[in-house]
Design a protein around this ligand. Structure first.
Ligand SMILES: [Zn+2]
Ligand SMILES: [Zn+2]
Length: 252
C-alpha cells in the first residue's frame, strides 16, 4: 500500500508537546469527520453508498447523536437500516442450513459462518473508524519519514513524550514496513529510548499522585501529578479519559 506524507498536521501536533501526537491528531480528525458527516457529506451519493453499506460503530453513533443535526443522522440511519434489513432477511431466513432454523444458530460443521457470527459481522463496520485508520496510518508513515528528512521535526521528535502504547505499536509497524532496514533500526532505537523514559516519567507522576493521599504529604506540592491518573490511563490505552480525550466543544 502506498502512503502519502501529511507534514503540517504532524508538525502542529508535535509542537503542542502532548503525551501522544497521534492521539492528538486522532481526536482532531475524529471531530472533523463527524462534523463533515453531519455537515454535508451525507448528501453526497458516494458517501451515502458507504454509510448505507457499512454504517457506524457505537462510539461514532454516540458522538454524532451528541451533535444537533438530527435530520442528517436520521437520514443516514434510515437508509443504512434499509440495507441492514436486506442482509438480515438473508441471514435469518434465506441461508438456513439443513438442520433448520435452530441449527443456523449453532456452529456449522462445514466451517460456514453461523447466523450470530454473520449478524455480528454485519454490524461490525464503521465508516468513520475506516477513515480514521487511514488517516492515522498516513500520520504514522509521515512521522517515520520526516525523522530522516526534516531537521525541525527530528528535534521535535527527540524532545517529544513518545506515544500511547497502541500508537507506539502503529508507528513501529509503519516504520518497519516503509523504512530501509538500517533506518528502521535507528528509528526503533530512538523510539525505544524516548518511550521508556516517558513511561517511567508518567509512572513516577502516578506514584506521587497515590503518595499525596498520605497525610504526611498533604502540604507538599502536586508537581505534575494532578492529572496523572488520566495521563497514565491514556499512555497505556490511547486517549480515552480526561482532557486529552475531549473533543472540542460544539454548539451546533
Ligand atoms: Zn496515542
Ligand atoms: Zn467508529
Amino acid at each position: 500500500m502506498k502512503y502519502t506524507l501529511d507534514t503540517i498536521p504532524v508538525l502542529d501536533a508535535y509542537r503542542t508537546g502532548c503525551e501522544c501526537p497521534l492521539c492528538k491528531m486522532r481526536i482532531q480528525s475524529e471531530d472533523s469527520y463527524i462534523d463533515s458527516m453531519l455537515g454535508a457529506a451525507y448528501m453526497e451519493p458516494d458517501c451515502r453508498v458507504r454509510t448505507n453499506e457499512i454504517g457506524f460503530c457505537s462510539r461514532h453513533f454516540e458522538l454524532m447523536y451528541d451533535r444537533r443535526n438530527r435530520l442528517g443522522l436520521a437520514l443516514m440511519t434510515h437508509t443504512h437500516m434499509q440495507e441492514v434489513i436486506k442482509s438480515m432477511e438473508g441471514i435469518l431466513a434465506g441461508e438456513m442450513p439443513k438442520g433448520g432454523f435452530l441449527a443456523s444458530f449453532s456452529r456449522s460443521k462445514g466451517g460456514e459462518e453461523t447466523a450470530p457470527a454473520k449478524i455480528r459481522a454485519r454490524i461490525g463496520g464503521c465508516v468513520i473508524c475506516d477513515d480514521l485508520n487511514n488517516a492515522l496510518n498516513r500520520y504514522a508513515y509521515t512521522i517515520a519519514q520526516l525523522y530522516f528528512t526534516h531537521t525541525e521535526f527530528k528535534q521535535l521528535f527527540e524532545s517529544s513524550k513518545g506515544f500511547c502504547l497502541p500508537h507506539l505499536a502503529l508507528v513501529l509497524e509503519m516504520a518497519g514496513k516503509t523504512l530501509s532496514a538500517e533506518q528502521t533500526k535507528t528509528f526503533q532505537k530512538k523510539v525505544a529510548e524516548i518511550e521508556i523514559e516517558n513511561l517511567k516519567r508518567v509512572e513516577g507522576e502516578l506514584e506521587w499522585f497515590t503518595l499525596k493521599f498520605d497525610y504526611r504529604n498533604t502540604d507538599k506540592p502536586w508537581g505534575n501529578s494532578k492529572d496523572a491518573v488520566e495521563r497514565g490511563i491514556n499512555k497505556l490505552m490511547g486517549a480515552i479519559v480526561g482532557e486529552e480525550a475531549a473533543l472540542p466543544a460544539h454548539n451546533d
